[in-house]
Design a protein around this ligand. Structure first.
Ligand code: FEO
Length: 400
C-alpha cells in the first residue's frame, strides 16, 4: 500500500507482512498476515512514530521517501522496543543520522541492549509535550501494554492517538486502512481478539489502567501499530479492549469452548453427545480438536467464553499430551474464572481427569461435572453425557 494521509500532515507509512508464518515465533499469521503501521508527521520538524520489523526495508524507506527524503527526519519516536516495531532502526539511523530518537525512560536500557544505540537519544517523560511546529506531541507512559517501556504518543491539535500495540490486532491491511472504509470489520475484530489473547491478555490490568489514564483525552483517531485505523468509531475498539481486559478478573461471555482430543474415537463420540445436549439450549459453542487447531486460535475462544468443556483420553496414566499443552498455555496466559466440565475415555487405568483438575486448579476453574468411561461409551453412557451437556449449558445460561 502507498502512503495514506490520515490527517493534514499525518501519514500512514507502514508495511504489510504476509511472509512471516509465526508472529513472535509462536503465533500463526501465515493466512492472516499483520501490518506494521508507522506514521510520519511533517511540520517544522519531521517525526516518524514507530517503525517495522526488519523485513521490507526498501519498501518502508520508500514509503517515507514518497513524502520527504528520509534524511530529513528530525525525530524517531519509539513507543515500544519489541523488534516488530524497531527492527529496521539500525538501518534507519544510518539513513537519517540527524534524527533524534525519543523514547521513554525504561526504553533507554533496552535501546542499548537490543541495538547498542546510545547517541542522539532523548528520554521523554510521562505527559511531556514536544512542539514540532503547529503540531504538538504528548507522550503517555502505558507500561506493560505490552512491555514495561511501552508508551503511546498523542498529537494534541488533531487528536490522534498513536496507541502502539494497544487496540491493535493481527490481519494485514486488505487495501483499506480506515474502519469506515473496511467492509470486513468482523475479520479484524476476530483477529484483534486473537491478538489480545495471544499477546496482551497477560497484561490486562495494565490495559485497564491505560484506558483509565487516557479516558479524559479527546481522541478522534486511534492509530495503532497493527491493524486498522479507527476514526469513525474509535470508542468501539476501546470498548472491546476494556471488555476483554475485564475477563482477566471476572466471568466472560455466556458461551462454551469445547476442547477435545481422541485417539480411537471413543472420546470423540462422547464429545458428539455433549454437543447434542449443549445445542438443545442454543448456547454458542466453539469446538476444537486440540490435535488439529493451533493453540493461538483456542486461546481466543477460551478468553472470551466463560464455559469450558475438556474431553481427553488417558495417555500412559496421565493426560493426552496435546490437551496438556493447551492447558499449560491457559496457565501461561492466566485464563481464569471459568466454569468447566471434564470427560474422557481410558483403557486400563484413568488419570486424564485427575491431571486436568490439577492443571486448572491454579486458574480457579470451577469443575461442575466429571465423567470417565472405561473403553467405549455405551448408549446409556452417551445418553448421560448428552444430559451433562444440557445441564452444563443451563448452568452457564442461568449464571448471573
Ligand atoms: Fe507489536 Fe509488543 O509488539
Amino acid at each position: 500500500m502507498r502512503p495514506v494521509q490520515i490527517k493534514p500532515g499525518i501519514y500512514w507509512v507502514g508495511v504489510n507482512d504476509r511472509f512471516t508464518q509465526l508472529f513472535e515465533g509462536l503465533w500463526p499469521i501465515g493466512e492472516e498476515g499483520v501490518s506494521y503501521n508507522a506514521y510520519l508527521l511533517t511540520d517544522e520538524k519531521n517525526v516518524l512514530i514507530d517503525l517495522a520489523k526488519s523485513i521490507k526495508v526498501d519498501e518502508f524507506i520508500g514509503q517515507i521517501e514518497q513524502i520527504i527524503p528520509v534524511s530529513k527526519l528530525d525525530y524517531i519516536v519509539i513507543n515500544h522496543m519489541e523488534p516488530d516495531h524497531t527492527g529496521i532502526l539500525t538501518i534507519l539511523k544510518k539513513l537519517a543520522p540527524g534524527a533524534t530518537i525519543l523514547i521513554g525512560e525504561k526504553g533507554m536500557k533496552m535501546l542499548k541492549s537490543f541495538y547498542q544505540i546510545e547517541e542522539n537519544v532523548k528520554t521523554v517523560k510521562d505527559l511531556e509535550e514536544l512542539h514540532i511546529g503547529e503540531k504538538i506531541l504528548r507522550f503517555y507512559y502505558t507500561p506493560f501494554v505490552h512491555w514495561p517501556e511501552t508508551m503511546m504518543t498523542y498529537e494534541v491539535t488533531q487528536k490522534v492517538l498513536f496507541s502502539c500495540d494497544g487496540f491493535g490486532g493481527y490481519g494485514a491491511l486488505r487495501g483499506t486502512l480506515f474502519d469506515d472504509e473496511c467492509k470486513d470489520k468482523d475479520f479484524y475484530i476476530k483477529e484483534m481478539l486473537r491478538y489480545y489473547a495471544n499477546i496482551v491478555a497477560t497484561f490486562s490490568t495494565p490495559v485497564l489502567k491505560a484506558i483509565e489514564k487516557l479516558s479524559s483525552v479527546p481522541v478522534q483517531v486511534i492509530a495503532p501499530s497493527h491493524g486498522l485505523i479507527w476514526r469513525e468509531n474509535p470508542k468501539m475498539v476501546v470498548d472491546f479492549y476494556r471488555t476483554w481486559a475485564q475477563y482477566a478478573s471476572s466471568k466472560a461471555e455466556k458461551a462454551v469452548t469445547l476442547l477435545y482430543g481422541s485417539m480411537y474415537g471413543n472420546t470423540e463420540r462422547m464429545m458428539s453427545s455433549l454437543l447434542n445436549g449443549l445445542s438443545k439450549t442454543g448456547i454458542p459453542v466453539d469446538v476444537f480438536n486440540v490435535t488439529q487447531t493451533h493453540v493461538s486460535y483456542i486461546l481466543a475462544s477460551l478468553w472470551k467464553n466463560r464455559g469450558v468443556i475438556i474431553g481427553a483420553p488417558t495417555y500412559e496414566g496421565s493426560l493426552f499430551p496435546p490437551m496438556a499443552d493447551v492447558l499449560h498455555m491457559a496457565n501461561v496466559k492466566h485464563i481464569k474464572f471459568k466454569t468447566a466440565a471434564v470427560f474422557g475415555s481410558y483403557g486400563w487405568s484413568g488419570g486424564a481427569s485427575k491431571k486436568i483438575i490439577e492443571m486448572v486448579e491454579p486458574l480457579k476453574w470451577q469443575i461442575v461435572d466429571t465423567v470417565d468411561i472405561n473403553g467405549a461409551p455405551t448408549n446409556e453412557d452417551l445418553q448421560k453425557i448428552e444430559e451433562l451437556g444440557y445441564r452444563f449449558a443451563k448452568e452457564i445460561i442461568e449464571q448471573p
